[in-house]
Design a binder for this molecule. Structure first.
Ligand SMILES: C[S@@+](CC[C@H](N)C(=O)[O-])C[C@H]1O[C@@H](n2cnc3c(N)ncnc32)[C@H](O)[C@@H]1O
Length: 278
């Protein structure tokens, strides 16, 4: 299978960090070769630096720069995501971040519930998205971000959306919540993805990561569980989140994936709260 450069190279590199995350060729062929890059959740800019090197396009970084805001009451979360975590030291951190990252990075500073207005995209000259990186962890934040991207007309067929934390909550809260509530699409970033899928009639396709039918390598995955979806269709009467694991595979991942097991142990010190029981 082959598809045109530079899409091929970029999308492969995005997926590279995923052992067992072989690339779905059909989805990868849809990937835009032009457009802006958006990251929701910048903190100190570690992954934004990677994105800015990978993509030559304008990259937009959205963050409070004063750390995590609060989650919607009643939604599960974990203590490492509590208010103020990941603060790089306030908005002034942009200047040094911009210097170290270089390239064409532009900032939108503040909580998404105030910054993501209906006129922002036009006012700032934002272009259709080539890639959207969701690394803001909380359900509330991911929902505000992804919903705004669709509502602003910045998503098209071929846009790829990557989530860093589809599995963090299901893995770290397993044992606390009823197993039936542990599906990645029922909490955190995954819940936001599922809701936006329905709202905009999106047909997504998983192109790499643990959103595809379970591959043996995915159970050994120790580093990352970033999951990437490409938009195949908009306004569909048969929307699909693109999450293609069967329920039995979700359970296998929760029980056997190396990082999932590690997080469950490591984050015992950071218990999930509130303990919503399903
Ligand atoms: C896990 S950190 C991002 C890590 C970063 N991508 C990196 O590579 O180091 C999550 C970030 O999301 C930001 N964030 C979460 N919810 C937000 C919201 N509603 N508005 C603005 N920023 C938000 C937090 O301030 C925090 O810096």
């Amino acid at each position: 299978m082959s598809w045109p450069e530079p899409a091929h190279g970029v999308i492969r590199r995005l997926c590279l960090e995923l052992p067992g995350g072989s690339l779905d060729a059909t989805g990868a062929r849809l990937f835009y070769t032009d457009g802006d890059v958006y990251q929701f959740g910048v903190a100190r800019g570690w992954s934004l630096g990677i994105l800015a090197r990978l993509f030559k396009e304008t990259t937009w970084g959205f963050d409070t720069f004063t750390g995590m805001p609060s989650e919607t009451p009643g939604e599960p979360t974990i203590a490492v995501w509590s208010e103020g975590h990941f603060s790089p030291g306030g908005p002034a951190a942009n200047a040094s971040l911009a210097r170290s990252i270089g390239g064409s990075v532009r900032w939108v500073i503040g909580d998404y519930d105030t910054t993501l207005t209906s006129t922002l995209a036009v006012e700032r000259g934002m272009r259709r998205a080539r890639y959207v990186d969701v690394d803001c962890d909380l359900y509330r934040s991911a929902h505000l971000a992804v919903d705004w991207m669709f509502a602003s007309g910045l998503i098209g067929i071929g846009t790829v959306i990557g989530y860093d934390d589809l599995w963090d909550l299901p893995c770290s809260t397993r044992g606390v919540l009823n197993t039936s509530t542990h599906h990645p699409l029922r909490m955190g970033e995954g819940k936001a993805h599922a809701e936006v899928t329905l709202r905009y009639g999106v047909r997504f396709r998983c192109i790499c990561g643990p959103c595809k039918p379970l591959e043996p390598g995915a159970l050994r995955l120790p580093e990352s569980w970033r999951s990437y979806f490409v938009v195949e269709r908009l306004g569909s009467s048969t929307p699909s989140s693109g999450f293609a694991m069967a329920d039995s595979e979700v359970v296998a991942f929760l029980e056997k994936n190396a990082r999932c097991r590690e997080n469950r142990k490591r984050w015992k010190a950071f218990p999930a709260y509130p303990h919503t029981r399903g």
